[in-house]
Design a binder for this molecule. Structure first.
Ligand code: PLP
Ligand code: ZN
Length: 505
């Protein structure tokens, strides 16, 4: 829609000018630092940072209903910079000029309601938000769009030489980092570190295809992360892990979109997310807190984080109900089919602790909960969801398993409505499905395939057919007709099809 066709009060705000005063804030010593240089940890105390807008209060000159209308109208605007996560420009990173924003099609992923059968099975009405429908097929693109747009802005405005972006990854961060860096290939080269044999073949093909330097490191993600931190401390690199606070800002768009897709009515809503390095749940809480503060929503949704028994440090932390007795202890992870969340020492833990506290202080807050699920439940739930028309990855399955667990524990009741984060596309994790179907998953997952959920292709070799068609070698007409009929009979036999009577044609 053309700018002049929007309501008069909306028109001047459709194309925002840079505004605000963003700073890094240390979550430990509370010190603030300018965003002019790239910081990942506090120079004073080494703790993690979040980005804060010192002029946030200016946004309250407008009412919640104004912001709702602006965001909703902006969906009809055809400006590439505002087509993705920056539709919510003023509450994401309003210091980045529109000309520097990178948009590769991220955000505004579909929210798909579970069918009746699946709702009955789960005992609750729920939706998947398909973040696997982002450009690199996971939610990580939300944060990368913000981090790389900011990088693009400072490379231009500070006239920096070529930047090397670097990250450690359980697969999806590196796919997203490599993709966005490839788009900026004149300015940014990318390198990614992956735990050897701990990412899927699809995930490793992604940064390779985008032209990144790919390094496989012995150990698990937590080990890779330490190497990347060492590189970031000692060399000139741009770190793209979620330690990079710009990524958290971008990932807040998930909450903004959930709010928008339910017309900003979040009473009785339950948001379910898997927890790995805990950047996602940080951003989800942070996003809803911003919307509440501006009056864009008036009720906070309930938040449920989910962890596998094989990688559950956040669950263990919150299992202690007395906050004064909680202590964080990293865990040694065991293999998990929710491999993208297989992290024992989440980098964002201090952020989670801070934001859970803030979230629970919101008047009428329904709270934040962390539940734990088994590997078997994760796999079964993924397969059951997908048999009902979804495209959930194993982490999406983990969310569904977490919802069932929360129902069982009475954390969620039947009259609530849940939104589950299908964080990546099923195809990235096809190997786990294959392993389940073939019953050859590594014993460490402790998964026993259920017959009713297994599936495998059937090779049809029609009896009485001597020669089969082959590429470049068509059969003579009569032989081919024979092949078609014999093959049809075999398939009909397999499917138990009844033959049509002649007159019913
Ligand atoms: C990264 C990732 C997670 C975990 O998110 P965190 O922000 O690390 O907690 C979950 N699922 C998928 C598919 C991921 O790529
Ligand atoms: Zn500090």
């Amino acid at each position: 829609m053309r700018v002049t066709d929007f309501p008069a009060d909306i028109q001047p705000h459709l194309l925002p000018q840079p505004s605000g005063d963003l700073v890094y804030r240390c979550l430990n010593c509370e010190e603030r630092f300018t965003i002019e240089s790239l910081l990942y940890t506090c120079p004073e105390c080494k703790s993690v940072l979040l980005i804060e807008d010192l002029q946030w209060e200016r946004l309250k000159e407008f009412s919640g209903s104004f912001w709702r209308r602006l965001f909703d109208y902006r969906k009809m605007l055809n400006h590439p910079a505002l087509k993705g996560i920056f539709l919510f420009y003023e509450i994401i990173a309003p210091v980045i000029p529109l000309e520097d924003i990178i948009f590769l099609g991220e955000g505004h992923t579909p929210v798909v309601r579970a069918n009746g059968g699946l709702q009955d099975w789960a005992g609750i009405d729920f939706y998947f938000k398909n973040d696997g429908q982002n450009p690199s097929a996971s939610f990580k693109d939300r944060g990368m769009a913000c981090a790389l747009s900011y990088l693009n802005y400072i490379v231009r405005s500070q006239n920096l030489p070529e930047v090397l972006s670097i990250c450690a990854s359980t697969g999806d961060t590196s796919a997203a980092a490599a993709l966005y860096s490839a788009y900026m290939s004149k300015k940014v080269k990318s390198a990614v570190l992956l735990p050897h044999r701990k990412v899927t073949p699809q995930q490793i093909s992604q940064p390779l295809g985008s032209g990144a330097r790919v390094f496989e490191i012995p150990g698990v993600f937590d080990d890779c992360m330490k190497v990347v931190e060492n590189l970031a401390d000692n060399y000139h690199v741009a770190l793209l892990n979620s330690k990079n606070a710009w990524r958290i800002l971008g990932q807040e768009s998930y909450s903004f979109e959930v709010a928008q897709s339910f017309d900003y009515e979040l009473a009785n809503k339950v948001i379910v997310v898997p927890i790995g390095n805990a950047g996602n749940i940080t951003a989800v809480m942070g996003g809803f807190l911003k919307l509440l503060d501006l009056g864009v929503i008036d009720t906070a949704p309930k938040i449920i984080g989910v962890q596998s028994e094989h990688a559950d440090p956040v669950y263990r932390y919150y299992r202690e109900s007395d906050p004064s007795k909680r202590t964080f202890r990293p865990v040694t992870v065991r293999p998990s089919v929710a491999q993208a969340a297989m992290i024992g020492n989440p980098v964002s833990m201090p952020r989670v602790i801070r934001l859970v506290e803030a979230y629970e202080q919101v008047p009428g807050s329904p709270g934040v909960f962390v539940v734990q699920v088994g590997e078997q439940e994760i796999m079964d739930c993924q397969l059951i969801a997908n048999r009902n028309g979804h495209i959930a990855c194993t982490q999406g399955g983990e969310c569904l398993a977490g919802l069932l667990r929360a129902r069982k524990e009475g954390i969620v009741s039947q009259d609530e409505i849940a939104v589950l984060d299908a964080t990546a596309h099923a195809l990235k994790f096809a190997g786990f499905q294959e392993g389940y179907f073939a019953d050859n998953l590594d014993g460490a997952y402790e998964i026993v395939p259920k017959d009713e959920l297994r599936n495998s292709p059937v090779l049809i070799e029609p009896p009485g057919v001597r020669r089969m068609p082959a590429p470049g070698k068509p059969l003579p007409e009569n032989e081919f007709q024979n092949f078609v009929e014999a093959t049809s009979r075999e398939i009909a036999r397999e499917l138990g099809l009844k033959e049509r009577g002649r007159d019913s044609r």
